[in-house]
Design a protein around this ligand. Structure first.
Ligand code: FAD
Length: 475
């Protein structure tokens, strides 16, 4: 029998549920193959930085396997075609992988299952099987807090480590495919975010040691680096979700020195549960891939302005905090959560443009692009999602800026035109045209843009459009 372990969003050899089952299933008579398929899927957007990160993670996985005497076949193509070829070479084939939730992944897995009926999937990407956390009446949760309560209530041994030592496979024959071409990974660029398990473990250790116990107090300040920066690694599975969850539980149970430290750690645990919540939303309501979670809001008359959208994308809106966020995204492939909310709110409310445009732009740029969290975050900001920000609570970008980047250090880092500007002018430069000109030789409209919209003028229009839809719903 040919036994294949198919790596997908689980690029690691440690604590990997599917890999463990695969190892346990192998007998002396089997041949084995470790496989990764570089797939081009119509819904996948692969920004350059994300690809780079993926390549680094794959390179490290390949090396880790090589050190233990195994090969990783990386091949390019459509998964069903790859498995057809493998089955032709060896009709007695079994395939093991970990579950994914996105509707297009489910579709792909169905196709593979038709080709390889023995294809088995395991729970690794979430703590609970999707759909398990339900209300007492058996319904799914569309509100986060009760979901979290039920999650914590049910949590027992789900985070236990899944040992997967490869020693057992030491003498197993490795299958060499004659029909699948090896994809050679191009040289990677030196980016700010580095892929691979070593980096993921390093970041988790630093976060546990230095930041987790102050997370709640610091997580909203983009200049503070108070978050874990683990999202790209969690997404590609270089570090497992159980692993990070266990680390937080260990810290809370064994190392927290005070109630305040515990509250901070719990706040990180909550964020991890948000991920699981959004995965469940995708599982129960896959229509969100193209539509609003609340269908009535697909009747909103969004606006479209090519030039304004381009300014938002490039970080040239004239609102320094928005521009800093978008430039961080463009430069690094990552954006701080507070900024994701501010920039998404700005596009969907201040510019009143369809959340799907922003979702797609983030998808093209983010290294950590994760369908469920991205869609969840966008629909939260646009007020079209489950447990979303109410449509009448529109972030004021200036107040957000003053509150979360008080000294302007984050803005100065990503908007170099304003790097010398004093904090008292930096959040709303249009109010200080004279000072900017006299003190820093900055002319608005020349060195830095005037604001593209007046935040106070847009608010009523947005609220009345949302109200119109809501009234229609009840008519
Ligand atoms: C518009 C918008 C788009 C987003 N797109 C993505 C995306 O594509 N991929 C993604 O991983 N996250 C996304 N998020 C959620 C969040 O911004 C990132 O997970 C977080 O900024 C990653 O930084 P970190 O690893 O330092 O997070 P930490 O604060 O250290 O949190 C730890 C982990 O918890 C999870 N997490 C934290 N916050 C959230 C959240 N609000 N929703 C879901 N999971 C969360 C992530 O896996 C994160 O790595 C989005 C949020 C918004 C508002």
């Amino acid at each position: 029998m040919l036994k294949v372990f198919w790596f997908r969003k689980d690029l690691r050899l440690e604590d990997n549920a599917g890999l463990r089952e695969f190892i346990n299933s192998v007998t002396d008579k089997d041949e084995i193959l470790f496989l990764y398929i570089k797939n081009k899927n119509k819904y996948h957007y692969y920004g350059e930085k994300r690809i780079n990160f993926l390549y680094e993670s794959l390179n490290e996985l390949k090396n880790d396997l090589r050190e233990k005497g195994f090969d990783l076949l990386i091949t390019e193509g459509k998964s069903p075609e790859v498995f057809k070829k493998l089955k032709k070479e060896n009709p007695a084939i079994e395939v093991f992988a970990n579950e994914q939730v996105e509707p297009y992944s489910i579709e792909r897995d169905k196709e593979v299952k038709e080709i390889i009926p023995s294809f088995q999937l395991f729970i690794d990407n979430t703590i609970f099987p999707l759909g398990k956390i339900r209300t007492d009446e058996g319904n799914f949760y569309s509100v986060f807090t009760p979901f979290k309560k039920k999650f914590l209530l049910l949590l027992k041994g789900e985070c236990a480590k899944q040992n997967c030592s490869l020693d057992k496979l030491e003498n197993t024959k490795q299958f060499k495919s004659s029909s699948l071409k090896e994809f050679s990974i191009p040289e990677t660029k030196d980016e700010i975010f580095k892929g691979g398990r070593k980096e993921a473990v390093r970041l988790l250790n630093i976060f546990c040691k230095e930041k987790m116990t102050a997370y709640k107090e610091q997580r909203d300040f983009p200049g503070e680096y108070g978050t874990s920066l683990l999202s790209p690694h969690i997404h590609f599975g270089a570090i497992g979700f159980r692993e990070v969850f266990r680390a937080a539980q260990h810290k809370a149970d064994k190392e927290a020195k005070s109630e305040i430290e515990k509250i901070n750690i719990d706040s990180w645990i909550s964020e991890l549960i948000w991920r699981e919540f959004y995965y469940n939303i995708t599982f129960h309501k896959p229509h969100i891939i193209t539509k609003s979670f609340k269908p009535e809001f697909d009747k909103l008359k969004w606006e479209w302005n090519d030039e304004l959208f381009k300014k938002w994308c490039e970080g040239k809106t004239g609102y320094p905090i928005v521009d800093a966020g978008m430039r961080q995204l463009n430069e690094t492939g990552w954006m701080h959560n507070r900024l994701r909310m501010i920039t998404a709110m700005f596009l969907t409310k201040d510019l009143f443009m369809d959340w799907r445009l922003g979702e797609k732009y983030f998808a093209e740029k983010l290294i950590d692009l994760d369908f469920s969290s991205n869609n969840g975050g966008w629909q939260w900001s646009a007020s079209t999602g489950c447990d979303a920000q109410p449509y009448f609570r529109i972030f004021n970008p200036v107040l957000q800026s003053k509150k979360f980047d008080t000294d302007g250090s984050y803005i100065k880092k990503y908007v170099p035109e304003l790097k010398d500007v004093d904090a008292k002018y930096i959040h709303e430069p249009w109010e200080f045209e004279t000072e900017l000109k006299e003190k820093y030789n900055i002319t608005l409209g020349k060195n830095y843009p005037f604001p593209v919209v007046n935040h106070f003028e847009i608010k009523d229009r947005v609220i009345s459009e949302f109200k119109r839809i809501q009234q229609k719903k009840f008519e």
